[in-house]
Design a binder for this molecule. Structure first.
Ligand code: MN
Length: 234
């Protein structure tokens, strides 16, 4: 599998990834390989060809101009290399039918790569929105989610009504062609997305299951197990 890393404004500039992703994937029996943001995104394709699946991880906001909007004042500065690399990875993964597990920024870049749009700032754009950016405790279950019965997410988690952690201020808005919404928060914010394309396994969640692998509830470990099972060809 491969998973893209975050490039932040360090001095010197660095590429880094929260180690919770590595732990969660290793616990599911997978061997992660980190793909950095590349100046030439076409290089990502040969990496993808060499692995079994793709994990899209959390991080900064996707550049709004890619989906035809002006940048909202609350949006972060864009990371052009990361956006381009991940968009290339998503399109190649669809082409090659490589399974995709997408987390937080993951469903967002997935949706943008396939032609959808994003809500750029939930607090100012969704009337009556719940708190979705509960950063004080990354593992706190802060809001409910209703999952479509029979969906990949429901089968992976073994539940259709659960509570999740939430560390985001953006979300999927207009869903891209070929994707479908399979989980929503009580305020209507989209929390889970899957593929409608035959033969392309995609499980995308807006919360952070990698922060919940020690939770008493087995739900989030189930997400990594479902991905690992898919990669094993079972
Ligand atoms: Mn949320």
């Amino acid at each position: 599998m491969s998973s893209t890393a975050d490039a932040k404004g360090d001095n010197p500039h660095r590429v880094r990834l929260n180690s919770a992703y590595i732990r969660a994937l290793e616990c599911a029996g997978l061997v992660p390989l980190i793909v950095p943001p590349l100046a030439d995104p076409s290089g990502a394709l040969s990496i993808l060809a060499a692995v079994d699946g793709l994990v899209l991880t959390g991080g900064e906001d996707v550049d709004a101009t890619i989906y035809g909007q002006d940048k909202h004042q609350e949006s972060n500065a864009p990371n052009a290399a990361r956006d381009a690399t991940e968009i290339a990875l998503v399109r190649a993964a669809r082409e090659m039918r490589k399974p995709v597990l997408a987390i937080c920024r993951g469903p967002q870049i997935l949706n943008v790569a396939l032609g959808g749009t994003l809500i750029q700032d939930i607090p100012s754009q969704v009337p009556g929105a719940l708190e979705h950016n509960a950063v004080r405790d990354r593992a706190a279950r802060v809001h409910g989610v209703r999952v479509e019965p029979g969906s990949l997410i429901a089968r992976a988690m073994g539940e259709t009504r659960l509570t999740v952690n939430s560390l985001h201020h953006q979300s999927v808005e207009k869903i891209a062609p070929g994707l479908k919404v399979t989980a929503v928060a009580p305020d209507g914010v989209i929390e889970g997305v899957e593929s409608e394309s035959p033969g392309w396994w995609v499980l995308a969640v807006q919360w952070h299951p990698e922060e919940m692998t020690d939770s008493p509830e087995p739900w989030d470990r189930g997400i990594f197990r479902a991905f690992a099972t898919k990669l094993a060809g079972e």
